[in-house]
Design a protein around this ligand. Structure first.
Ligand code: TRH
Length: 381
C-alpha cells in the first residue's frame, strides 16, 4: 500500500476565461513544489495558460515549467504510464486509452474529478462519492472544494498568509509596489479598489457614484472583459494597460494582466477587491479584505443560488446591518438594482468587514485542498 503518491497527472480542458487553468496551475505547483510529487499537466489550450505564466512557450508540445511537466493535450494522447494520482479537472474526460491503462495498472491509479467550487449545502454530501466506470474495473471519485470542514477545502500555499501579513504590515513594501505600477502615493481619505470582472449592467452607475463621491477612489483595473465598459465611461473607444483616466473623484489605472503571484499583491494592497469566477474570489478571501464577488453567469440563473450560498456562509454570525450590506452589494453587482446605495452602505461597514475578512481567512485556512487530496489518496489507494 502506498501512503503517498509519487506522481500526479492533471487533465485540464480550458472552457473559457482563466479559472480552469488558474486552479489547475496553482494545484500543480503546490503538489510539485510543496509536496514533492512529480506532476504532469495535460492542457488543451496553452494560450490562456501563457497569460498566467509568461515563460511558457505556447509552441512546445512538452516543457518543464516551475517544477511541473506541461504537455499540450492535442487530439491524440500517446499512451503514457498513468500516474499514482490522476485528476480530471472540472468534469473533463481523460482519454480512453489512458483510462484503460489506469485500470490495468497495479496498483490502480486513484482517479478523481476536481469539481467547481460551491458553498451550497449539497456539496458536503457529494464530496468523495465514487462513480464506477461504465465498462472498466475502475472508479472515479468526486472531489469538491469548499468552505466547510466536510468539503475538500481550498487551495492555499503553505506560506501565503504569512507572506500576506508581512506585506500588509510593511508600508515601504506597499509603496514600492504602487510605484512599480506607476500609481502615486495615497492621499488623505483615498480608497483603493481593484476591479476584476465581466461585463456588468451596474458598471456605469458604480463608476458615476465613485466619480461624484466625497472621497478619492483609485480603481485598479486589470485588462480584460470589464475594460471596454470602463473605457466607454471615460469616452475612450479602447483602453490598454498603462492608461490612466480621471474624472471627478475617480481615477482609473489600467493594469496589465499579470502572473498569479503578482495579482495576489494587488489584492493584498487594495482596500476593497472586486473579483469574479472562482479562483480570484478565493484569492480575495485570502487577502482578508472586504470583497465583492461577480459570479460566473449561467443561463438558467443557478449561479444566483451559488452566490447566495457563499454570501450566507460568509456573513453568518455578523450583525444584521453588515450582513445586509454585503447581500445588497453582491446582489446589485450581479444583476440587481441600486448599486450606488448598496456601495454607500457597504463602505460604511468597511472597517468591520475588514476585521471579519481577516478572521474568515484564518478560519478557512484550516482546510487545505492539497493536503486533503493526499489524505484522500492514502485512504483510497
Ligand atoms: O477567469 P474567470 O472568469 O474563470 C471562470 C471561473 O473559474 C468560472 O468558475 C468557470 O466556470 C469559468 O471560468 C469557465 O475567473 P477566475 O476563476 O477568478 O480566474 C481568473 C484567474 O486569473 C485566477 O487564477 C487569477 C488569475 N489572474 C492573474 O493571474 N492575473 C491577473 O492579472 C488577474 C486579473 C487574474
Amino acid at each position: 500500500m502506498m501512503v503517498r503518491p509519487n506522481s500526479c497527472d492533471i487533465f485540464c480542458a480550458v472552457v473559457d476565461n482563466y479559472g480552469d487553468i488558474g486552479v489547475c496551475w496553482r494545484l500543480a505547483r503546490q503538489l510539485a513544489n510543496e509536496q514533492g510529487l512529480q506532476v504532469r499537466m495535460w492542457v488543451d489550450d496553452l494560450r490562456s495558460f501563457g497569460k498566467l505564466c509568461p515563460e511558457l512557450d505556447e509552441e512546445l508540445a512538452e516543457q518543464l515549467c516551475r517544477g511541473v511537466e506541461v504537455h499540450h493535450w492535442g487530439d491524440e494522447l500517446t499512451v503514457v504510464e498513468p500516474a499514482d494520482l490522476v485528476i480530471g479537472a472540472f468534469a473533463c474526460e481523460v482519454p480512453k486509452s489512458y483510462a484503460e491503462a489506469m485500470a490495468l495498472r497495479q496498483p490502480k491509479s486513484v482517479w478523481l474529478n476536481l469539481e467547481y467550487l460551491s458553498a451550497e449545502d449539497w456539496v458536503e454530501g457529494c464530496h468523495q462519492l465514487p462513480s464506477p466506470h461504465p465498462t472498466l474495473p475502475l472508479s472515479k471519485y468526486f472531489f469538491f472544494p469548499g468552505f466547510t470542514e466536510k468539503t475538500g477545502g481550498l487551495l492555499l500555499e503553505h506560506d501565503l498568509l504569512v507572506r500576506r501579513d508581512v506585506f500588509q504590515s510593511d508600508a515601504a513594501a506597499q509603496l514600492t509596489y504602487w510605484q512599480s505600477l506607476g500609481v502615486p502615493s495615497r492621499v488623505e481619505g483615498e480608497l483603493r479598489v481593484s476591479l476584476f470582472g465581466y461585463e456588468n449592467e451596474a458598471m456605469q452607475a458604480l463608476l458615476s457614484e465613485w466619480e461624484q463621491g466625497s472621497y478619492p477612489v483609485t480603481c485598479l483595473l486589470p485588462e480584460g472583459r470589464a475594460l471596454p465598459q470602463v473605457a466607454a465611461h471615460f469616452g475612450v473607444t479602447s483602453g490598454k494597460a498603462g492608461e490612466v483616466w480621471q474624472r471627478g473623484n475617480l481615477r482609473v489605472h489600467v493594469l496589465p494582466f499579470v502572473e498569479q503571484e503578482q495579482y495576489d499583491l494587488l489584492l493584498w494592497a487594495c482596500d476593497i477587491n472586486f473579483v469574479r469566477g472562482e479562483d480570484s474570489c478565493v484569492r480575495a478571501q485570502w487577502a482578508g479584505r472586504p470583497f465583492i464577488w461577480q459570479i460566473y453567469p449561467q443561463h438558467d440563473g443557478v449561479h444566483l443560488e451559488k452566490l447566495e450560498a457563499l454570501r450566507r456562509l460568509y456573513t453568518a454570525g455578523l450583525q444584521d446591518e453588515m450582513a445586509q450590506a454585503v447581500q445588497n452589494m453582491w446582489w446589485s453587482w450581479n444583476g440587481g438594482q441600486g448599486v450606488a446605495t448598496a456601495w454607500r452602505d457597504f463602505i460604511a461597514q468597511r472597517e468591520d468587514l475588514a476585521r471579519h475578512g481577516a478572521g474568515w481567512a484564518q478560519q478557512l485556512s484550516r482546510n487545505s485542498l492539497a493536503l486533503n487530496l493526499l489524505d484522500f489518496f492514502r485512504r483510497t489507494e
